[in-house]
Design a protein around this ligand. Sequence first.
Ligand code: PNS
Length: 179
Amino acid sequence: MADTGHIAVYPGSFDPIHNGHIDVAERAAKFFDKVIVAAYDLPKKRLLFDADRRMEMMAEALRHIPNVEVAKFSGLLVNYVASVGAMAIIRGLRVFSDFEFEFRMGLANKKLAPDIETISIMADERHIHISSSTIREIAELGGDVSTMVPGFVDRALVARFEELRALQPEPGYTISIRD
Ligand code: PNS
């Protein structure tokens, strides 16, 4: 097989992609030949955007990084990582409470696929408070998320909540859980 260089997968729900994700992707792209930022199609949480819409926004937000590709995946992450010939999983780490989940996921993935390494990149302090769930909650309540997401994601959030409000007038579409 031809040498395709060092590939990493940066997986997540990306519902929606935010500035913290973009920063982690930019930094990962500096030390891998290729980084595939991959949206898990059906995370066990209530989604605001479907996988194709999430991927569209990821592509737009990351198109300035030449060695980053976007994709979506189903099923076990380690199987996807192996299928694209990647050697590493990238995850961003923000606050201490992320650690337990990340540690458990890292250990489980290591058990399933011992040759695939998980690499955690510490969030930049400018982004430490940002999470997709916080962004969804603020945007749903009409708050300003313009410092947390690119402008087109901000507009997509407004449009999506307008769409949802037309279907269900009471607030409370999103549930606030970690991501
Ligand atoms: O952005 P998130 O929601 O923290 O990302 C979590 C994600 C999608 C990376 C994780 O749930 C995942 O890898 N799901 C795929 C299914 C899988 O492999 N589960 C076992 C991992 S412990």
